[in-house]
Design a binder for this molecule. Sequence first.
Ligand SMILES: [Fe+2]
Length: 329
Amino acid sequence: MSIAVPFPEELPEGYQWLSDEPPFDPERHLSLESPSQTLSLEDLGYSPEEIQDKATAFGVSEPFRILSKEGSEVMLETARRLRTYSRRAGNRIENTVRGGCYRSRWLRDLCISQDVNDLMASIYQAEISPHTMPVHLGHLNYQPSKLEEAVDKWHHDTIPLDYVMMVSDPATLSGGGFEYFVGTKMEAEELSKQGKTPPRDRVKAPKFPGPGYAVALHGNMVVHRGAPLTKPGERITMVNAYVSMDCLVDDQSRSRDLIGIDDPAALYAEWAKHASWRTQNRLQQIIDSMAFDQEPDQVLDQLEFAANDLLKTINDMKAGPREAQHYEQ
Ligand SMILES: [Fe+2]
């Protein structure tokens, strides 16, 4: 079992389970396959120094199958039922449902599935867990009301690792593809400063064979978007997040961006648990292996490193909301 922080037993205030859901059955609902190809962060242009403290050197994969036909049907039905809770997420996504795993037991069980976790770990080549913060599990995006709007603008994620799954059938859509930039987030930032988006010859749009297929993504490092639809249609994607079990690597999170987006009833407690889990592991490393005969400064550096996530969390919570980072369309 690879679980960083267990999914809470109790629901936050204001949430109720959907009624009449089928139980999640891995035998019937999953059809796990490995991607045929992957790109590393190096392939995208990152240097060894930029990669060394990250969760993994993995970048992005070709689409691979997660759900069976029956699983895809339940996923679509679940997403349609949850749509009534969709809201705007800052200035980036018009229609999104977060916290869906507090409403659908089926979605929760898919998102914390250890079978899926094992597959994702083999793809990322890292020991991972479903994300410590349930607001990052089973994130749903729906098409915007205006056709010309990107479903989700160019960005990199506030979380380290995830997959993006097609929930609606991509064959029924014109446009609306998932796209990623074959480049770094620093390059995307430079382009953005010049009022430009990633050039088309450096954008890849993987072809998804059907609903229930996903790409694995080092979401915090790979610049990506949901492109605009060219004809009206139902476009739903699901994003599920993972964290590295190695708490000595960079957190790769921007939880402060979630203030004003996620329900505070859930967000703050989840965020506190995430930072506590990371800090606990870093402190444990000191208890286990702090050497004698070090300079006081060396000891201090290690203590500061261990406390870093907790202090940053406290500062971010005190500082309050800021505009979520993204590049233009
Ligand atoms: Fe994303």
